[in-house]
Design a protein around this ligand. Structure first.
Ligand SMILES: [Zn+2]
Length: 242
């Protein structure tokens, strides 16, 4: 590795600390807008707290069963700053303790405790399946290959950094969709074990904008995610491993 390029790798490692976002953004404007839907009751902070109280110990239990080498003591955060996008994510603190964060605006968009539970389970599953270090590894490998390619063509340092950044992103994104689907599967099991209905929770996939099947996009199409949850629930309810 080029000593001069080490700082670039350190920056890349930082860029992947938050593995997942789930953002039901407003639907794009259409030329022929549908009439506004009937007012649907969104969830409240009390609903969120009730779901967390039930789901957190279950997530810890599943974490200890599947990944006993990890810290399974989840920190749950609610971001109630105004003007935050509807969003949820998983990250880890500097000692590896898992953090799950929801914005209050996301909670207001969710229409049942099952939907809150499914998203909570999904975020916990990213930790249990160890996705952050796995994504970081792919990014580092991508950057390394980019660095080698840059050296082979005699690129200057600025160009080499650009190439490494692009190949790091490509390396990380190659696994983004499979990891999202894995988090959907394990998250569905955590949801069901918490006593919630993951199939009802997955109704959220019918409302969030569909990212489509973009090449190197980070999220799979909604229909694929819905199918993943349905298959996982069918296996779990039949007593089969997921
Ligand atoms: Zn995710």
């Amino acid at each position: 590795m080029f000593p001069a390029l080490r700082p670039a790798l350190a920056l890349l490692a930082l860029a992947f600390t938050a593995a997942c976002t789930l953002a039901p953004l407003p639907a794009p404007p259409t030329s022929n807008p549908a009439p506004p839907p009937a007012q649907v009751q969104g969830s409240t902070r009390a609903d969120f707290n009730a779901v967390v109280a039930r789901m957190r110990p279950v997530a810890t239990q599943v974490c200890r069963e599947r990944s006993p080498h990890l810290d399974c003591n989840f920190i749950v955060m609610l971001d109630d700053r105004p003007n935050q996008q509807p969003n949820a994510f998983h990250t880890r603190d500097e000692r590896g303790r898992p953090i799950i964060s929801f914005t209050e605006s996301l909670i207001r968009e969710l229409r049942s405790p099952d939907e809150i539970a499914l998203i909570f389970g999904h975020e916990a599953a990213h930790h249990i399946a160890d996705h952050i270090p796995r994504i970081q590894r792919e990014a580092r490998t991508g950057a390394l290959l980019g660095g080698i390619a840059a050296a082979l063509v005699g690129a200057d340092e600025a160009t080499a950094r650009q190439i490494m950044s692009a190949t790091a992103t490509a390396g990380a994104r190659r696994y983004a969709k499979p990891f999202e689907l894995e988090a959907d599967r394990i998250g569905a099991v955590i949801t069901e074990r918490g006593g919630y209905d993951a199939l009802r929770g997955a109704q959220v996939f019918r409302r969030i904008p569909d990212p489509g099947n973009q090449f190197l996009g980070t999220h799979p199409p909604n229909a694929e995610r819905l199918r993943e949850v349905e298959n996982a629930v069918a296996r779990h309810r039949a007593g089969l491993p997921v």
